[in-house]
Write a protein that binds this ligand. Sequence first.
Ligand SMILES: Cc1cc2nc3c(=O)[nH]c(=O)nc-3n(C[C@H](O)[C@H](O)[C@H](O)COP(=O)(O)O)c2cc1C
Ligand code: SF4
Ligand code: SF4
Length: 260
Amino acid sequence: MKSIIYYFSGTGNNFAIAKEITNRLGDSTLLPISGLLNNKIIPEEYEWVGFVVPSYFSHVPPYVEKCMRDIVYSEKQKIFLVVGCGGNRGLSIQDMRKHVNNSNKDVALEYMITLPGNYILSYGAFPIWYQKLCIKLSCRKIRRITRDITDNRIRKNLNKGIFYKEKYESALQQSIAKFSITGKQYKVNDNCSSCGSCMKICPTENISMSNGKVEFGNGCSQCMGCIQWCPHNAIDYQGKAINRKKYHHLNIKKYEMFIR
Ligand SMILES: Cc1cc2nc3c(=O)[nH]c(=O)nc-3n(C[C@H](O)[C@H](O)[C@H](O)COP(=O)(O)O)c2cc1C
Ligand code: SF4
Ligand code: SF4
């Protein structure tokens, strides 16, 4: 049984989930979701198609929505969705399901996995004991997911997250819009060694290097990957990140996150 798994990840949580599912299933292909931006056809040879992505402000990142729009699945393909978030998935599963349904498909399996939050503009890394606990529990859930897939199960759709409240939706949308517009406000300090890691990690290819200088475009998805993985603590955003403890998934190495 062949599977293809697409992931979006800034700090490695969703990459770790997707990688583990891929390894456990065997005969599976793991790809960054950016591959779907310009090529919407999923080859027929894959029986299962999976999406593993985070939740940002109760929704999937807009970039993920762009990638999932208008995908062409084959008639027999089965689809599973995983949201690897800090515990409040909000409408993220619904966001993805909408795109799958628009492509005339149903979703067979849906899951949320809780891993440490990574929104460094509001908080620093959680304690190591909590990170380890999340990883332990996530491994259990991943075993269940791969069992469901290999048994070709179909489960009931997930509801919206329990913390999600419709009345906060417009405030959420405003935060998302505000951050996107001000994406250029990243500042790189003199600690930068021009190593290029931030550019290679950025899941939306929003970072470029020019004469050794890091430059940000306007397509930031707010994944925090560049800030969190920078080996010299050289990236800041409005003074909110520089003094906070950095986070990335404990079992993922930086080079595994390079998408280019
Ligand atoms: C901009 C932003 C907004 C976030 N909003 C939420 C949220 O609404 N609910 C939640 O559970 N986690 C939220 N998080 C935490 C991430 O979803 C969580 O840490 C995720 O596992 C990160 O995945 P990654 O390491 O693959 O990038 C947010 C993180 C960021 C960067
Ligand atoms: S990861 Fe940090 S040190 Fe490397 S190029 Fe980017 S800002 Fe500079
Ligand atoms: S610019 Fe930084 S925060 Fe924005 S998407 Fe790229 S890596 Fe993530």
